[in-house]
Write a protein that binds this ligand. Sequence first.
Ligand code: MF3
Ligand code: CO
Length: 286
Amino acid sequence: MRSKPGIEIKSPEQILSMREAGLVVARTLEVLRAAVRPGVSTADLDELAEREIRGAGATPSFKGYHGYPASICTSVNQVIVHGIPRPDTVLGEGDIISIDCGAIVDGWHGDAALTVGVGEIAPELGRLLDVCETALWRGLAQAQPGHRLTDVSHAVEASVRAAGSYGIIEEYVGHGIGTAMHMEPPVPNYGRPGRGPRLRDGMAIAVEPMIVLGRAETKVLEDGWTVVSADASHAAHYEHTVAITPDGPWVLTALDGGAAGFAAIGEPSVAGTVPQDALSEERLRG
Ligand code: MF3
Ligand code: CO
């Protein structure tokens, strides 16, 4: 059976362009992670991000997207996603901040997010971050040819559920990505396995679990963007863009292609089949 119409299939050359965009996002997020400390404003982080992205010859994909005013989303504490950077939002010791970043290179998109603690954070917040990040990697590990889309969704959900009673956000989901940031198919963070389109070589998706310490109910603030937990409980959000390749998942927004992330969840066999840059370039030449 052919893949469902509407899911963009990329050539190996096009995946390499997406890798370039992914690396810009990865490097930008590393710079931002290192800049997070008490006293820094989210507008400071946005300025750093825009300089980093444009300095790499790329374009920030968020800026102007449906009127969004900044190059990154900065979501602090009970903000789940789409927090707008502001000069008067100043980070304090013990806060957690999700930083979401997207870049375009030669028309191809990369999109990733991570959540960082500011200084020392409470142990339960540290666990919240770990649970969300682990769930992301469990989902990414399923991004392989022949698997079904909801194998990814189910792996994310099962990972979170096994870790405790966290709320999994359902109103916001991951997405296909390529010549646009948001493409078919939607990638939920929950569901039964074995459903949805079959994953195949040349597809790329952004997997992005969002979880909260409390209930999974959300609301949007009056600015029309900021998504918060209805019960004001703390939220975590991690995201990577991954390409489905014959050799396994290639995490385009991870500097190492995903090797360390898969090793950390005890999936070295997945990492072992990941085409690193040299390998996939070799495939291109061959
Ligand atoms: N990067 C977000 C996502 O993962 C979307 C950002 S919305 C924007 O889907 F408006 F800020 F661009
Ligand atoms: Co995304």
